[in-house]
Design a protein around this ligand. Structure first.
Ligand SMILES: [Zn+2]
Ligand SMILES: [Zn+2]
Length: 348
């Protein structure tokens, strides 16, 4: 009697995605065909994707040139599922991440100088192409970062935007071990900033509004907590000798302006909380004490890997709330409410 050969079950040809069909509308959960990677691309089976405030750009159409429908998400962790032609540096089964820096052209003047973070044609995951709010995603091979073994998918995800931004900003500050470094804002960025600054060996002053974050700030590694509602934070920093660096994470230009006088000699205000209203500063405030104001954005995949490896080494972890992909709308609303403790992550 002939045996009936049962063919192996084909991989499902469709996947679930959470897309924005038009600016200003709610997430739609729809089925799409699983895409095939083109030359130079990998396909990632997404396992987790962080929900970042910058996803508002895609949700509300705040950046020119976004094509809709578009799938947001630039804190992506997954496993390489398929590679396109010409991809030799990544292989199937490898765990990888994609952050805000979603690709570069390798040919512009900045790239030729090795300054990939300032590529003239930088791509952004979830803006230039579909991001991580889906089960499978395509990404250019140069956008990938390797994820260390001991980090969970959901904990690694926020490190690819919030993490690399705070890590890089503080690392660029020029502060030396033992120097006073202040982190303004105990939120999605700040709770990571306090941990990184503490593990870098700084004396960390966390600046928050109200007394309720004091215990948490200390637990995250701050030596000092300054309640900016109860005290003049700049004066408090001066009392401690002046800050070598102040990392401003809360998107309030008014709060940032108020902190400039807390800088010590050669101190630097590093701005990572994005707003469009002006920071107010007088030349006198900059001239005396040789103060600097310095902006910082996420960073290329090599910096993501530095961040992830440092987190693995030192135990820095984001505090997260997870939601299934199907609840993208609820997860996004939770992030926008500012009440999440502290990063929202979708799991697939
Ligand atoms: Zn982000
Ligand atoms: Zn370039």
């Amino acid at each position: 009697m002939a045996t009936l050969r049962v063919a192996p079950k084909p991989t499902p040809a469709t996947m679930k995605v959470a897309q924005i069909s038009k600016p200003g509308t709610a997430f739609q959960i729809v089925e799409r065909e699983i895409p095939e990677p083109r030359a130079g691309e990998v396909r990632i089976k997404v396992l987790a994707c962080g929900v970042c405030h910058s996803d508002v750009l895609t949700k509300e159409g705040l950046m020119p040139g976004i094509e809709y429908p578009r799938i947001p998400g630039h804190e992506v962790v997954g496993v390489v599922d398929e590679v396109g032609a010409g991809v030799s540096t990544w292989e199937k089964g490898q765990r990888v991440g994609v952050g805000w820096h979603g690709g570069h052209d390798n040919t512009c003047r900045e790239c030729r100088r090795g300054d990939f973070r300032h590529c003239k044609n930088q791509k952004i995951a979830g803006i230039s192409y579909d991001g991580g709010y889906q089960q499978y995603m395509l990404a250019p091979m140069e956008a990938l970062a390797a994820i260390p073994k001991t980090l969970s998918d959901a904990e690694a995800a926020p490190l690819l935007c919030a993490g690399v931004t705070t890590y890089g900003a503080i690392r660029s500050s020029g502060a030396l071990p033992g120097d006073l470094v202040a982190v303004q804002g105990i939120g999605g960025l700040g709770h990571l900033g306090v941990q990184f600054a503490s593990k870098f060996g700084y004396k960390v002053a966390a600046i928050g509004r109200g007394s309720e974050n004091a215990a948490l700030a200390k637990k995250l590694g701050a030596s000092i907590y300054i309640d900016s509602e109860a005290a003049n934070a700049a004066a408090e920093l001066q009392r401690l000798g002046g800050a070598k660096a102040i990392v401003a994470t809360a998107p309030s230009s008014k709060a940032m302006s108020a902190l400039i006088d807390g800088l010590g000699p050669n101190g630097k205000l590093i701005v990572i909380g994005a707003t469009s209203d002006p920071i107010e500063v007088t030349p006198i405030q900059l001239i005396f004490g040789s103060h600097e104001i310095h902006g910082w954005a996420a960073g290329p995949p090599s910096e993501s890997e530095d961040t992830l490896n440092f987190a693995e080494l030192t135990g820095v972890r984001p505090m997260i709330e997870t939601y299934p992909l199907e609840k993208a709308e609820e997860a996004y609303a939770r992030m926008m409410s500012g009440k999440a403790q502290f990063r929202v992550v979708l799991t697939m």
